[in-house]
Design a protein around this ligand. Sequence first.
Ligand code: 26A
Length: 341
Amino acid sequence: MAGGNFELVAMGNPLLDMQIRNGEKVLEKYGLNANDAVLATPEQLSIYQHIVDNYEVTYVAGGAAQNAARCAQYVLPEKSTAYLGCVGSDALADQLRAANDKEGLRSIYQVDKETPTGSCAVVITGHDRSLCTNLGAAEKFNKSHLETPEAKEVISNAKFFYLGGFFLTHGIESAMILAKEANSRNVPFAMNLSAPFIPQFFKAQVDEILPYADIIFGNESEAEAWAESQSLGSKDLTTIAQAIADYKSVSSRPRQVIITQGSQPTILAVAGKEVAVHETPKINPADIVDTNGAGDAFAGGVMGALIAGKTIEQAIDVGHKLGGMCIGQVGPILKFPKVQV
Ligand code: 26A
């Protein structure tokens, strides 16, 4: 598995990020938490116009799984990654395609002409980022898209699948199709917990797909939310990571669970093994631009390295490097021109 043949197929919500800095007042006005990710309520839908009118907005390609796939491509030979999602027929979609083209991620978009491409208000305060999303066309994704010739071809050749957990708010049916495809061909199926509200409010969907997940990514607050959803009765991250690893499985692969916690060490739990801890390289606070996409870059780096044949420990190192690189850029992107990692 060295890359170059669309080994990685990712699926998620393609979003255009509308990012602002010093957004304390916006958090307050819209009742958002500093380091959270939510779906916009009807009352929050005016946030997009509000930031356009009152702030300097940076538009940058987002969508958590799409970011991760672009970052996996960063460490792989050309044409190693493809991405499935639904966009509208508008300028936002063109910007997302262009960003994917630049990084060599193949966009296999379903297009819903009636609905605008999704957007995400990214409100930066210090080293925190708050994400408020209007899914738009992203939630119009239909499983029929998986039957189109282009999607079918990459799905049937994929050696590795990645699902953004965010997709579970609307797309469990399509998600299960990929999970079962991975399982039937014995290739890894990876998933991100994505945000605390996913295990919290979409528990049934998480419970349904988790037995198929060979690799789970998450951060500390998502892991805690999963533990609460399962009434695990523990806030200890080692215990939680182990419990996710040991959760029932239909796969022949021992599940690997990777929990990041910002600058603190990354936890790796593998079903049937002792939990291990990997130091996160220190980043000089002065070098931090914003943390939007850091977790996606980490996941992308880990998957890219695994596809390139690295061990899980080596892959975590690559993930840390890309996460750190992303933090030094505006938005969920890596250095361009490319640097060797
Ligand atoms: C369903 N929701 C809320 C979302 C998202 C999302 N991607 C998919 N679905 N909310 C925020 N994001 C993306 O997360 C990235 C940072 O990890 C943002 O677009 C941002 O680029």
